[in-house]
Design a protein around this ligand. Sequence first.
Ligand code: HEC
Length: 90
Amino acid sequence: MGEGPDGTPDPVLVAGRAVYADRCSSCHDADGSGTGDGPRLNRGHLLSAYPAAGGAAAVVSGGRGRMPGFGGILTAGEISAVLRYINEVL
Ligand code: HEC
């Protein structure tokens, strides 16, 4: 888990981990390796697929194909927290 400058866990990453476990891991796997229904997101995969800020957030918010949209379920802050968790921890 990433830590802030004072050595305590970064609260955004802690929140992102909770959202991921709750809403994403069933399809993208607990470690983001995508062995479930959804594709791989971990190990920088997501960042290289969506280098532009907001690109991945648009997919999560609006959904695509068999991926449900989370725009009405998660706040923009929760979506950006879960994307930081995926990019920085998984
Ligand atoms: C019901 C299963 C399911 C759930 C739950 C789910 N996803 Fe997905 N996700 C998918 C599928 C399937 C795709 C591929 C969609 C396509 O391209 O048709 C996908 C694609 C994506 C992509 C695009 C990946 C790429 O390489 O283009 C991102 C980002 C993503 N999901 C993030 C998330 C996040 C974050 C969550 C939790 C908030 C989540 N997903 C929850 C099934 C799911």
